[in-house]
Design a protein around this ligand. Structure first.
Ligand SMILES: *Cc1c(COP(=O)(O)O)cnc(C)c1O
Length: 391
C-alpha cells in the first residue's frame, strides 16, 4: 500500500535528506566545494552518470538538493535547479533552450531585469522577443511566429498586479508547441502552482517571499525532468549555482512559508480594503479585491491574493514623495517579500529606466505606490500609512 501524499505544510517541514550518523534534528550545512569517492571505479561511474553520487557543489550539494526536493513537492514538479539569484534562474530558464534565430513571446508585464534580458541582451545573440498584453491573451496566438519557441510570463505582475490566465496560457503553449515559462515569484508555490495549468517551467526568486526575511539571494527553476536536464547541463558549465549556505537558509525559510503567507495575505487584504475608502487614494490594486478587474481569475488560480498591494495616490510624483517622506515605521526599499512592510515608488526607482509610455503601458502611473505588506501588526502598519496619507 502506498503512503498517502503529504500536505504542503508537512512537506515543507518534513521533507529532508537522510540524517548523518549524529542523528541531528535540524538540517546540517554542507559547506564543501567537492565530494570524495570510495574508489577509482566509483569515481569513474559517478562521472559517467552511471552511479548516484555527489561530485562538486557547482553541480549539486546536499543543501541545494534538499531545497529543490521541497520546492518540487510543493509545485508538483519532477525536478529542479537552484541558482544564486532569481535573475540567474530567469536567465538560465531561457538561455538553456534558446538559440540564434529563436523568438520569445513575452507578457509585457514582466520583471524589469527580465525585460532587460529580452530587450538588450538576447538580441546580441540573435534571439528576439515580442511583448504582448497580459490582459489580451486571446490575441497572443496572432503574435506567434514560425520561430517562436518560448512563452514567458509573470502572474501576478510587478507592480501592477495584473494576472495572466494560466489555463489559457497553458493551452496556447501546448497548441503551438512552445515552452511555457512562468515567473511564479509573486505568488510563491503556496499560493499558485503553474505546472498544474500546463506550464513547463516555474521560476522563482527565492530572495522574495520564499526566504521572506530579507536575508539572502536565491533562485530556483522547477519543471519536467527532460527540461530540467537541459537547465542542469547549461548551469553546470556556466556556473550560476546557489551556495550551500543560501540553500540551507532557504530550506529553513520554506518550513514557515505557509504561515507567513497566510498572514501576509491577511494583512494585505485588510490594508487594501482600508486604502480603497481613503479620499487621497485614486485606485487600489489587489488581486482579491472585488474592484480588481480579474478577481474571479485570481480566485480560480491563486489560494489567496498575495502580499503586495499597489495604490495610486492623488497628486502624482510630488504627492508620492511627500507621502513616503512621512512614513515612520515601514521601510523605504526596493525589495519586497520581507517580514517588514516595505514601500516603493516604482516610477522613480525600479522602473525609472523605462520611458513614461512604457511605464503607463504596464500601469505604472506617476502616483503608483507599491507596498510589500509585512508581518507587523496590521493596526501598526495601517496607522503608519494612514498618518502619512493625511494632508
Ligand atoms: C526579484 C524578482 C526577480 C529577480 O530575483 P533576484 O533574486 O533579485 O535576482 C525575478 N522576478 C520577479 C518577479 C522578482 O520580483
Amino acid at each position: 500500500m502506498s503512503e498517502k501524499p503529504k500536505h504542503f505544510e508537512t512537506n515543507a517541514i518534513r521533507l529532508q535528506r537522510e540524517r548523518t550518523q549524529y542523528r541531528e534534528h535540524s538540517v546540517p550545512l554542507f559547506l564543501t566545494s567537492s565530494f570524495t569517492f570510495p574508489n577509482a571505479e566509483a569515481m569513474r561511474d559517478t562521472f559517467a552518470g552511471e552511479a548516484d553520487g555527489l561530485i562538486y557543489s557547482r553541480y549539486s550539494n546536499p543543501n541545494t538538493d534538499e531545497l529543490i526536493q521541497k520546492v518540487c513537492a510543493m509545485e508538483g514538479a519532477e525536478a529542479g535547479f537552484a541558482t544564486a539569484s532569481g535573475m540567474a534562474a530567469v536567465f538560465a530558464s531561457m538561455a538553456a533552450f534558446l538559440k540564434t534565430g529563436d523568438h520569445v513571446l513575452a507578457s509585457r508585464a514582466v520583471f524589469g531585469s527580465t525585460h532587460q534580458v529580452l530587450t538588450n541582451i538576447f538580441p546580441k545573440w540573435g534571439i528576439t522577443a515580442t511583448y504582448v498584453d497580459p490582459l489580451d491573451i486571446d490575441n497572443w496566438p496572432a503574435a506567434i511566429q514560425d520561430n517562436t519557441r518560448m512563452l514567458v510570463l509573470e502572474s501576478p505582475s510587478n507592480p501592477g498586479l495584473t494576472l495572466v490566465d494560466l489555463e489559457k496560457a497553458g493551452q496556447i503553449a501546448k497548441a503551438h508547441n512552445l515552452i511555457l515559462n512562468v515567473d511564479n515569484c509573486f505568488a510563491t508555490p503556496y499560493l499558485q502552482q503553474p505546472l498544474s495549468y500546463g506550464a513547463d517551467l516555474s521560476v522563482h526568486s527565492g530572495t522574495k517571499w520564499m526566504d521572506g526575511q530579507g536575508r539572502t539571494l536565491g533562485g530556483i527553476i522547477v519543471g519536467k525532468q527532460a527540461l530540467i536536464d537541459q537547465v542542469q547541463g547549461f548551469c553546470r558549465h556556466t556556473g550560476p549555482a546557489m551556495s550551500p549556505f543560501n540553500a540551507w537558509v532557504l530550506s529553513k525559510s520554506l518550513e514557515t512559508l505557509s504561515v507567513r503567507m497566510d498572514r501576509h495575505c491577511q494583512n494585505a487584504m485588510a490594508l487594501a480594503e482600508r486604502l480603497e475608502t481613503h479620499p487621497q487614494v485614486n485606485e487600489v490594486r489587489y488581486p482579491f479585491l472585488a474592484s480588481h478587474p480579474q478577481m474571479d481569475l485570481a480566485k480560480r488560480q491563486m489560494k489567496y491574493g498575495g502580499g503586495l498591494v499597489s495604490f495610486e495616490i492623488k497628486g502624482g510624483v510630488a504627492a508620492s514623495m511627500q507621502f513616503l517622506n512621512k512614513i515612520k515605521l515601514c521601510s523605504l526599499s526596493s525589495n519586497l517579500g520581507d517580514t517588514r512592510t516595505i514601500l516603493t515608488h516604482p516610477a522613480t526607482t525600479t522602473h525609472s529606466k523605462l520611458s513614461e509610455a512604457e511605464r503607463l503601458a504596464v500601469g505604472i502611473t506617476p502616483g503608483l505606490i507599491r507596498i510589500s505588506v509585512g508581518l507587523e501588526h496590521i493596526e501598526d502598519i495601517s496607522a503608519d500609512i494612514m498618518a502619512a496619507l493625511a494632508i
